[in-house]
Design a protein around this ligand. Structure first.
Ligand SMILES: *Cc1c(COP(=O)(O)O)cnc(C)c1O
Length: 420
């Protein structure tokens, strides 16, 4: 099946006389005929459902749909994108380990990596993506467990050279984790370029309607965990009566361990109703992504021609330094544009306050056009140095182009622009 078809049919196939639409299974628990059957599920949780902290039929249908869209062997939904980032790392990192990441990532992820993971004893080493392969490899330590990057970085909109960084990660014996939130599997499938694990904030385009926060981790099933660096996956798990995930679950070791161990202990599993809403969003994802890309390209071209604008960052513009990477990896550049208005912070605020259709809100990838000022909002915890490394200027505005008629969006932007 192609993406459009998968979005509508994957994950749930009703039997004779069953509901056409994915049902919401609103139950915390599941009934069995005997104590022995329940015991068998404790031995091997993949044999059936036991409790909705680990799995629920509505959520699992959506997990299977997303795994299918990304081309992975399995997926696990979480209550937020932040929870997905955290668990994707804790699944293979412990105190005393390190991770290597590009600095051009979401502000919340920078906080997680630089402060909270540090408190847990996990060091994040940032590498400049413009450095040579040799320089990047030199940043890896013997205790480094993964390489992290974002397909289209929020908000710097740098396009990740997935193949290059996945090759470097593999040469260093670690998996490449890619945050594919902005691209969604419709615009980019990172597994096809060598990524091993994908995470998403489903809050953004996948949900699409700004109705609920959520996340997901997807496993490609391709990484070889038996190279000696990942004993937690290959050696007996004391907390699960001594099973070895790679021995028992083969190429699904990573994603099953994440569920059996981390979801069991952290309990950040979404409610069935949230998964139902996410599924509604996913059903129309390919149609929406196409229109977001079209609308945003038109707005980016307009901004580029405006004398009040210093620069526009949109990898779909032929003038963008990332245009070639975008052509290689993306089927479109999503609806998010970052641009720097002349005059810095004050003019940026004045422009944003002058918008009538587009709203000021802490969101991105909403179905409605919205704006945000990264330096004073999502990224306000960062130092000036970190801001510069993340590619953020005081006059930078992040404009998330929605699905209104593009002429209405352009008229709104033009009116606010003429006011400044
Ligand atoms: C929003 C976002 C996150 C965090 O997701 P939440 O659902 O808000 O927890 C992570 N990565 C990227 C790229 C994001 O845009």
């Amino acid at each position: 099946m192609r993406d459009e078809t998968k979005c509508l049919h994957s994950g749930y196939t009703p039997g004779n006389g069953e509901p056409r639409v994915l049902p919401i299974v609103q139950s915390t628990t599941y009934v069995y005929d005997s104590a022995a059957e329940v015991a068998a599920i404790f031995d091997d949780p993949t044999r059936g459902l036991c409790y909705s902290r680990f799995g629920n039929p509505t959520v699992m249908a959506v997990e299977n749909k997303i795994a299918d869209l990304e081309g992975g062997v399995g997926a696990m939904c979480t209550t937020s994108g932040q929870a997905a980032s955290l668990l994707s790392i804790l699944n293979i990192c412990s105190a005393g380990d390190s991770i290597v990441s590009l600095p051009t990532i979401y502000g919340g992820t920078i906080n997680l990596f630089s402060f909270t993971l540090k408190k847990l004893g996990i060091e994040c080493i940032y590498v400049d993506g413009n450095s040579s392969d040799e320089e990047i490899k030199a940043a890896f330590k013997p205790n480094t467990k993964l390489f992290f990057g974002e397909t289209i970085a929020n908000p710097a909109l740098k396009v990740l050279d997935i193949e290059r960084f996945a090759n470097i990660a593999h040469q260093m014996g670690v998996p490449m984790i890619v945050d594919n939130t902005f691209a969604t599997p419709v615009l980019c499938k990172p597994f096809q370029f060598g990524a091993d694990i994908i995470i998403h904030s489903t809050t953004k385009y996948m949900d699409g309607h700004a109705v609920q926060v959520g996340g997901v981790i997807v496993d490609s099933g391709k990484f070889d965990w038996s190279n000696g660096k990942f004993p937690e996956l290959t050696q007996p798990d004391e907390s699960y009566h001594g099973i070895s995930y790679t021995k028992q679950y083969g190429n699904m070791a990573y994603i099953i361990k994440a569920r059996m161990q981390l979801m069991r202990d952290f309990g950040v599993y979404p409610a069935a109703h949230s998964a139902f809403l996410l599924n509604l969003g996913l059903e129309t994802l390919p149609v929406r992504m196409k229109q977001y890309c079209e609308n945003a390209l038109a707005v980016a071209k307009y901004l580029e021609s405006s004398p009040a604008v210093e620069s526009v960052i949109y990898p779909g513009l032929p003038s963008s330094p990332d245009y070639a990477l975008a052509q290689k990896y993306l089927k479109g550049c999503s609806g998010v544009i970052s641009f720097i208005i002349k005059g810095g912070r004050t003019v940026a605020a004045k422009f944003m306050d002058g918008l009538k259709l587009a709203s000021n809100e802490v969101h991105v990838a909403d179905i409605r056009t919205c704006v945000l000022h990264p330096a004073s909002e999502t990224h306000r915890q960062l130092t000036d140095e970190q801001l510069a490394a993340a590619g953020i200027d005081g006059g930078m505005i992040r404009l998330s182009v929605g699905l209104e008629n593009v002429d209405d969006i352009l008229a709104d932007v033009a009116a606010a622009m003429s006011a400044v």
